[in-house]
Design a binder for this molecule. Sequence first.
Ligand code: ADP
Ligand code: BMX
Length: 289
Amino acid sequence: GKGLALDIGGTKIAAAIVMESGVLANRQQIATPRGDARQLSAALETVIAPYRHQVDFIAVASTGIISKGLLTALNPANLGGLADFPLQDCIQSIADLPCVLLNDGQAAAWAEYQLLKEQCDNALYVTVSTGVGGGIILNKKLLVGNGGLAGHIGHTLSDPLGPLCGCGRRGCVESVASGTAIGAATHGWAQPLSAAHVFTMAREGHTPAENILHRSATAIAQMLADMRIALDLEQAILGGSVGLAEGYLERVTSLQTDLPDIYRIPVQAAYHQQDSGLLGAALWARAIL
Ligand code: ADP
Ligand code: BMX
C-alpha cells in the first residue's frame, strides 16, 4: 500500500506520500517549531492530518537519537531546547497507523546506498544542515546501534579549542561545520548573516565569509578522512542544505587533495537531494512491516 513519509529536521518538517513504486507524491514542507513539545505535536498534527486517510503506514526520519519510539536530542539547541519527545506516541495519537522511526542521517544513508550497492559494501552519508548528521553502511547493512546512536558523526571532534557544542562537548564537527555554526560565526558582525547569505558573500569574494566556509568544509573533509581510516569506507555521500549548496562539495574535495591518498574517500552529492530521508524511512518501514 501507500505510506506517509516524514522527515523531521531542525529547520523543516517534510512530508510526502510514498507510492508502492517508490515515487513520492503530494510533498509538503513546514518550518520546525523552535519551542516545547506542545508546539512540535501541533506541527506534526498539521502535517499529518491531510494524509491520514490516504495511507496504510507512517515512516519517519527524524533528527535526534531515535530509540524505542522516543526522540532524544543529542544537541537540544537544534530543536529550540527540546531534549525529549515521545515521537511514536505523538504520531499514533494523530493517526492510528503502523509507524516506523529512524534517525534522519541513517534513513538518508539507506536510501542513497540503494544506488551504490552494486559498487560498494561500505559507505557513509553525511548531512550538513541544522546540525551535522550521518549514517553508516557497513558490509551492506545500515548501522543503527543498540541505542540508535550509530552514525552521529557530527559529534566527533574537530577542534578541542573550538566552540562549545550544544551536546555539551567542546569542538564537535557540528559546532564548526553546520549551517547553525556558519550563521553563528557571523554573530559578532555588524550585520549577522544566515548560512545561505554567507555562501552568497563568499561567492562575491568576501574574505571573512570565505574563511567560515573554508573552516566548515575542512571539518567535514577531516572527519571523512577519519571515518575512512577507521572503517575502510569506499564512498561518501553529501546531503543537507549546506552540503548541497553550490560549491560546498567542491570545497570538500579540494581540501582532500591536501591529504595522503589513503585518506581520500570519493564523495558525491546525494542523488535524491532533499528527499533521501523521506525515501530511506519508507524503504526501512516497508522492510520491517
Ligand atoms: P534540516 O536541518 O531541517 O534537515 P536543511 O537541510 O535545510 O534542514 O538545513 C538547514 C540549514 O541549512 C540551516 O542552517 C540553513 O541556514 C541552511 N541553509 C538553508 N538553505 C541554504 C542554502 N541555500 N545555502 C546554504 N545554507 C542553507
Ligand atoms: C544532530 C542530531 C542528530 C541529527 C543531526 C542532523 C539532535 C536533535 N540531532 O547532530 O541526531 O541526525 O543533528 O540533523 O540532536 P538535522 O536537523 O540537521 O537534519
